[in-house]
Design a binder for this molecule. Structure first.
Ligand code: DAH
Length: 340
């Protein structure tokens, strides 16, 4: 028995020298202390030992077991410490190293246009109002003089949500919300997303509009023209002219369609303006008296003008973009061109 124990002790000592990680240590431990290990076999072999020698043998087996357990525990601790310091060394961060350059994004062309428009109109004294995208039929249509059965509803292929709710098809709804809450003088700009069931190279189911509204005593179509002249010169270039053409919107009377002299050819006629020298950019007009009345404003005392434009359209004209979908694909090769 004694010899057997000595040989186990030696074997463990030698085995320990070959152990370099915790997995190997565990395997060695099982070889001696596992259920079928050599030390466990000694315990099981007790019944073959004569009864009078059993206490002595039992004591020896107990000792070697305790000793072996201590050896393994100590080595385990040692390995743990070694592994940890190896990990610390490999994960060491040099805080003095220069940072890796991750690249910066660029402002989206629609955001550029939006900001530029806000700057231009804020310079003329306009406030900003942003209304809800989920809108009531009343604000999007009825209060704008478009009752439920009005054919003008066909001009905008609207996403109805249910009940009286819809995704606003125009930022003109903002006019009503502003006039309901504020008495003239009013000078507000209402930018935001609008939605229409429409999709091709020049239409997107979600796009952005910017609405403008001015209401005060003595406002005329001339004021609209002056305001849009200023916008055209600042947004495009000094020589840009505006042209008003008669049109129809239920919420304005008279209504106009506004063209700008082509910023590409200066009005001579080119591919961008399809040879006409003019590009249509927005709808506008003198606010219909019914709309003022709907908001509790006396149309005999106050008049106003309003206009609405699509931001994607402005961006496409300004940057020469021919397909609106480029603005929504998020292709960085396209977006990077608007950097700086
Ligand atoms: N809401 C119109 C549209 O989406 C644009 C518009 C036209 C807005 C005339 C106006 C306006 O404020 O007076 O087509």
């Amino acid at each position: 028995m004694k010899e057997k124990i000595e040989s186990i002790r030696r074997a463990i000592g030698e085995g320990m020298l070959q152990v370099h990680d915790r997995k190997q240590l565990f395997e060695l431990k099982m070889q001696f202390l596992g259920k079928t290990g050599e030390i466990s076999a000694l315990s099981k072999g007790m019944r073959d030992i004569p009864p009078e020698q059993r206490p002595e043998a039992g004591k020896l087996v107990g000792e070697i077991r305790t000793w072996a357990e201590e050896q393994f525990a100590a080595r385990e601790e040692q390995l743990k410490t070694e592994e940890l310091s190896a990990r610390y060394a490999s994960e060491r961060v040099d805080v003095t190293m220069p940072a890796r350059f991750a690249g910066t994004g660029s402002v989206h062309p629609v955001s550029l246009v939006r900001q530029e428009l806000i700057d231009i109109f804020a310079g003329m004294g306009f406030d900003i109002y942003e209304g809800p995208e989920i809108e009531q039929d009343y604000y999007n249509f009825q209060a704008l003089n478009i009752p439920a059965d009005h054919p003008a509803r066909d001009m905008q292929d609207t996403f109805f949500i249910g009940g009286e709710y819809l995704l606003r098809s125009q930022t003109s709804s903002g006019q009503i919300r502003v006039m309901e809450n504020k008495k003239p003088p009013i000078k507000v700009l209402s930018p935001g997303r609008v939605y229409r069931s429409d999709s091709d190279a020049t239409h997107s189911p979600m796009f952005h509009q910017m609405e403008g509204l001015v209401v005060d005593r003595g406002i005329t179509l001339n004021d609209l023209k002056g305001c849009l002249d200023e916008f055209a010169r600042r947004m495009f270039d000094e020589g840009t002219k505006t042209r008003l053409r008669p049109s129809y919107f239920p919420f304005t009377e008279p209504s106009v369609e506004v063209d700008l002299s082509c910023c590409n050819c200066g009005g001579k006629g080119c591919r961008v303006c399809k040879g006409t020298g003019w590009i249509e950019v927005l709808g506008a007009g003198v606010v219909n008296r019914r709309v003022l009345e709907n908001c509790g404003i006396d149309p005999d005392e106050y008049t106003g003008f309003a206009f609405g434009m699509g931001l994607e359209r402005i961006a496409m004209i300004k940057y020469g973009i021919t397909d609106i979908r480029l603005l929504f694909e998020g292709d960085v090769r396209f977006l990077r061109q608007f950097k700086g």
